[in-house]
Design a protein around this ligand. Structure first.
Ligand code: ZLV
Ligand code: CA
Ligand code: ZN
Length: 393
């Protein structure tokens, strides 16, 4: 009814598992899997499902998870009993294994299934790109960029992005990983630290000791030894509170445009963490849905196959707005999306003022003081451009 049609010659696929959304990290935990339900509901209400291939994803197998994660970690993840209380409140002395069971990464009921579903959707998306059945494959349930080989970290247990990129590397020579979550994409950077086949670029709030995870400084560009193939293949864009759409868009296009020219990726893996939006419960930036989406649009304009992952995002109505808008960008129907939330949309009451994309007068969140000077942003771009002189394919 909104006249949304399949894009000519381009196939977009949407990979989700509604079972994933039923899991809970605990009442006070900021990660709310039901934000995926809210996203799917908006996407469906706007009629976008008709313009995509929709897949209910399977759970990833143990062997698939094992292609990155250690067996002893996976075994513990699969068998550790769920805890009803956050450990550091009631039970401060109990041993924490693999960083599981703390308050960031609680052991909740159905955890292993939740992780396998997230990984399954990202793997399915990567496979659709590999066998060229999709040009853009979307997995909003993935994007859990902090998980390490043998350790949970920052609400992430299984690094579905690393699994997805490993799959892409079977079919494509070079993968460009881009991360617009407000946090540093440390787990993905670390996993591909020593290879020149994956270039990682993370934009994030950087304030060591204060803001999680504290890594990702401007000078952290991969191994320091020139003999290591991974040298120069990590780019970090450390930012301060309050960055705006205009500044972020300029940075993103300068950095990703130049990276694309030097590295010449065969495929893009884009993590779209929505905690970089204004008004996010954990975030610090002033990005609007339009500015966040402009990054997706710029990547799409490069004309390279792309896997899009979710990630952080702790104000569910804004996460759903951004990811529905970005689904529209992938399809190419963003101009046909009316601002008003469809009357028949379930969950409509979650969206204040009934509009999906707040206009200039009506923006997401209280604006924060912008602590990013133009001079500093120019220095960052200069540093990255110099870095890229060492990268060529
Ligand atoms: O969005 O946490 O700061 C991808 C992602 O990038 C910390 N964690 C750790 C390090 C020591 N701490 C404190 C432990 C806090 C435990 C509970 C919260 C509970 C309520 C509200 C906020 C938090 C919280 N935790 C805020 N920031 C943290 C970070 C982890 C951030 C992960 C971001 C994940 C999905
Ligand atoms: Ca990031
Ligand atoms: Zn985040």
């Amino acid at each position: 009814e909104y006249d949304i049609v399949r894009p000519k010659g381009k196939t977009v696929s949407f990979h989700a598992n509604p079972e994933m959304e039923k899991h809970h990290f605990g009442q006070t935990h900021p990660m709310k899997p039901w934000r995926l339900t809210l996203t799917k509901s908006l996407v469906t209400s706007y009629g976008m499902t008709f313009a995509m291939d929709n897949y209910t994803t399977r759970t990833a197998t143990y062997e698939e998870l094992n292609s990155f994660h250690a067996s002893d970690y996976l075994d513990y993840l699969a068998t550790a009993p769920p805890e009803d209380q956050p450990r550091d409140v009631d039970n401060p002395d109990k041993e924490v294994k693999f960083n599981l069971g703390g308050s960031d990464c609680p052991l909740f009921h159905g955890l292993y299934d939740y992780c396998s579903m997230s990984a399954g959707s990202s793997l399915d998306a990567a496979r659709k790109i590999c066998n060229q059945q999709s040009d853009i494959a979307i997995a909003w349930g993935g994007g859990l960029h902090h998980a390490k080989r043998s350790e949970a970290s920052g609400f992430c247990y299984i690094n579905d992005i690393v699994l997805g990129i490993l799959q892409l590397l079977r079919c494509y020579p070079r993968v460009l990983y881009i991360d617009i979550d407000v946090h540093h994409g440390d787990g993905v950077e670390e996993a591909f630290f020593s290879t020149d086949r994956v270039m990682t670029v993370s934009f994030h709030k950087y304030q060591p000791e204060v803001f999680f995870p504290g890594t990702g400084g401007l000078d952290d560009n991969g191994p320091k030894s020139e003999h290591n193939q991974g040298a120069h293949h990590a780019i970090n864009v450390p930012l301060n509170d309050g960055i705006t759409d205009e500044q972020y868009g300029w940075l993103f296009e300068s950095i990703i445009g130049k990276t694309n020219e030097s590295f010449r990726p065969s495929v893009i893996a884009l993590q779209c963490g929505a905690d970089s939006l204004a008004g996010d419960r954990l975030g610090r930036f002033n990005l609007q849905v339009q500015g966040h989406g402009a990054c997706v649009n710029f990547c799409k304009s490069l004309g390279i196959p792309m896997v899009i992952f979710g990630g952080g995002g702790y104000t569910p109505r804004n996460v759903a707005r951004a990811w529905a808008y970005e689904t529209a960008i992938a399809i190419g129907c963003q101009s046909k999306i009316p601002e008003v939330i469809p009357a028949h949309a379930p969950w409509r009451e979650h969206f204040i003022h009934d509009t999906i994309f707040p206009t200039l007068e009506q923006i997401l969140g209280e604006p924060r003081a912008n602590r990013n000077t133009q001079k500093r942003l120019q220095e960052i771009v200069m540093h990255v451009h110099e870095q890229l002189r060492f990268v060529g394919h």
